[in-house]
Design a protein around this ligand. Structure first.
Ligand code: IVH
Length: 683
């Protein structure tokens, strides 16, 4: 064998290996080698082909990267026309389809192959002796465009069929039909990229796929992640193709490494069809690609032939479509909603319209920039989309239908709920209410944040409780929490006396905290736990922080102009200062000073504190508990007074417990005591 022939074989082997790994990665989603190993094999092949250009073949995986741009697409006449399917929308239409099929075949129960209806672009791929030769769009069904070079860049399309080149086992001609689409995840990534570059976003995965496939420059197509799914075979010659059932044809295509829908099934009768429709409908949102319905095909190919075609659609198949997810309606106005973090979200008020079987009256417009980018004006006709549980959104404007009275939307400069200033920081898309703790719309979130573990750590003050407290106007600001009595809580849903007691005790306990936790608990935008610690360390006390100007704020490690501005805005709101004042009045105290000081103060959680024991503890005897407290420098007293710091309560506590609650003294159980002892030990 000549040296060149030897190298040719080596290159061929490498190509097959690379294609096999491509298949495992892109079609099976189950790679068997790490990416670096794949890259190494790919480079090896590239180098070999660079050294011996005469060995390069069009079906080499190195040729997927995109050829030179075209001036125009040439036309391709399909060997067998690519027809369309008739549609069914109602169950009655599906029944009627099954009845017609049964009548036509003189059978009572027909077997169907059922599959998702991909929402992409139909293409035809021709393989000559197992090698991908030409690929075309559907066009008008008879004549399409030659998009071979673009299709070559689609990694899940095999460039040659497995089993080696020119294998006698492959048909001499095989026309595979299917759909080119973009996976939802790839679509999201593409649009993110478009946004980052300030370029126009694609409306949906279908448009993105169409825009990517119909590019004259295959280099662009190569940068877009397209996917292919096969759903049938057109013309074929030379044997090997199953000729009994459609389901076997699909299995055959899968064996040739074509991606086929995993969700395909064989069912019988109209009941089987409808059950499949509902099953796929239920999993639609979870599928990695968009579908717009399901397709039912008589499974037996001889029966298909007997049924034949009417005009341009087969009698043996039908598309059962899902209700449309998009609709056009009028944009009556734009309201501004205040979200949980103070973000002002423009919401479209729509003339009610049925989208996917649900009446939609509101849809999100995301933010000011989105409105400008989509050029949305009040009075416009807009396309509204609904997808699963996601909030409906305005996707685009029907520009041709803009009325003369259409007007611009202006983002308010004050919060529509609390009237505080609304600011949009440079580089941010979102306008926010600066009302902070005062704004009712932000209250719930602020309270939850205030009570969260790393803030004031109020156990038991969860979503449900905060919601009720705010909705019933029992609590407006975090300061109000300290006025809560058991009676107010016990009247609420899911609040037994015991849990009300626990919450009141947990709130009382939170009165004693650190400056860092207190600053963090205020929920100042852009001030996380670390920044809060830095601020506490730098300023040492709250007064200094409140008095700080932009310049001194920026002296703090980690604090740049954006964070400094957030802090300044927060303290500039009178309401926020008011809440801080009330918290102090409610007895919230923090240890000030730097981190080292705080560590020392942490030790005094037990040291110098007065404890009262009541009830039976699960493991410790009273004596054990006393010893432990005293060993850590604490005192144990027999009666509860204002001077008591903690009451440790076990089972069947007596009047001391009630007194502690009355006085708002922190109540601990055994575990709480042990935790406190451990914490003070550690510091
Ligand atoms: S079978 C004779 N199966 O739907 C027609 N088509 O109106 C045979 N489509 O543009 C088509 N998913 O591209 C078939 N699983 C599927 C499909 C499917 C999507 C598209 C197809 C065509 C349209 C038919």
């Amino acid at each position: 064998m000549s040296i060149l022939e030897n190298i040719r074989q080596q290159a061929q082997k490498l190509r097959e290996t690379v294609e096999l790994h491509n298949y495992r990665y892109y079609v099976l989603n189950a790679p068997t080698i790490p990416d670096v190993e794949f890259d190494r094999l790919f480079r090896e092949l590239q180098q070999l082909e660079q050294r011996y250009p005469q060995l390069v073949t069009p079906e080499s995986p190195t040729q997927r990267v995109g050829a030179a741009p075209l001036k125009e697409f040439s036309q391709v006449t399909h060997r067998t026309p690519m027809l369309s399917l008739s549609n069914a929308f109602e169950e009655a239409e599906v029944d009627a389809f099954d009845r017609r099929v049964c009548q036509g075949l003189e059978a009572d129960n027909v077997e169907y192959a059922v599959e998702p209806k991909f929402d992409g672009l139909a293409v035809s791929l021709c393989y000559e002796n197992g090698v991908f030769a030409t690929g075309a769009t559907r066009g008008d069904g008879y004549i399409g465009e030659d998009v071979t070079l673009n299709l070559r860049t689609v990694k899940s399309i095999p460039l040659h069929l497995p089993g080696g080149l020119h294998s006698t086992r492959h048909p001499t001609l095989l026309e595979v039909r299917g759909e080119v689409l973009m996976l939802k995840a790839d679509f999201e990534k593409l649009n993110q990229q478009q946004r980052d570059r300030g370029e126009k976003e694609f409306m949906n995965p279908r448009n993105a796929a169409a825009g990517s496939l119909r590019q004259l420059d295959p280099g662009i197509t190569a940068t877009r992640r397209l996917t292919f799914f096969a759903y049938g075979i057109g013309t074929h010659a030379g044997g090997g193709v199953p000729c009994d059932k459609h389901s076997h044809v699909m299995d055959y295509l899968a064996s040739l490494h074509f991606p086929v829908a995993r969700e395909r099934q064989v069912v019988s009768g109209a009941a089987g069809l409808l059950a499949y429709y509902h099953a796929i409908g239920a999993m639609r949102e979870q599928l990695p690609y968009d579908i717009d319905g399901v397709v039912y095909k008589v499974n037996d190919l001889a029966q298909q032939e007997r049924l034949g075609f009417v005009s341009r659609a087969p009698r043996f198949a039908v598309a059962h479509k899902f209700p449309a997810q998009e609709a056009v309606t009028e944009l009556l106005g734009i309201d501004v909603q205040v979200g949980r973090t103070g973000a002002l979200t423009p919401v479209a008020r729509l003339k009610p319209v049925l989208v996917g079987g649900v009446t939609v009256t509101n849809a999100t417009l995301h933010n000011e920039d989105e409105i400008r980018r989509k050029d949305v004006m009040i009075g416009d006709h807009v396309i509204v989309r609904r997808a699963g549980d996601v909030i409906p959104e305005v996707v685009a404007v029907v520009a041709e239908q803009r009325p003369s009275y259409a007007r611009q939307f202006i983002m308010p400069d004050h919060c529509p709920v609390c009237g505080a200033r609304a600011v949009r920081l440079p580089g941010e898309a979102v306008t926010r209410c600066t009302g902070g703790l005062f704004c009712p719309a932000q209250r719930k979130q602020a309270l939850l944040h205030f009570a969260s573990r790393r803030a004031l750590d109020i156990e038991g003050l969860g979503d449900k409780l905060v919601e009720q407290l705010v909705d019933h106007a029992i609590v407006r600001t975090p300061a109000d929490l300290y006025k809560l009595g058991i009676a107010a809580l016990a009247g609420l849903e899911r609040m037994a006396d015991k849990s009300a007691n626990n919450v009141v005790a947990a709130i009382a306990k939170s009165r004693s905290t650190t400056l860092a936790r207190f600053i963090y608990a205020l929920g100042i935008r852009n001030v996380g736990e670390t920044t809060a610690k830095e601020l506490a360390r730098y300023f040492g006390n709250l007064e200094q922080l409140l008095a700080a100007d932009m310049e001194s704020l920026q002296q703090v490690p980690d604090v740049g102009p954006v964070v400094a501005q957030s802090i300044a805005d927060f303290f500039a709101e009178r309401h926020n200062r008011e809440v801080i004042k009330q918290l102090r009045a409610a007895g919230v105290r923090w240890q000030e000073g730097d981190g080292a000081q705080q560590a020392k103060l942490g030790a005094s959680e037990v040291g110098g504190r007065t404890f009262v024991l009541t009830g039976t503890l699960p493991d410790l005897t009273r004596e054990d508990a006393r010893e432990k407290i005293e060993a850590a420098g604490g005192k144990v007293s027999g009666s509860v007074s204002k001077k008591t710091d903690y009451v440790v309560a076990g089972a069947d506590p007596g009047g001391k417990y009630d007194k502690a609650i009355e006085l708002g003294i922190t109540i601990l159980d055994e575990a709480g005591l042990l935790q406190l002892l451990q914490d003070s030990h550690r510091t």
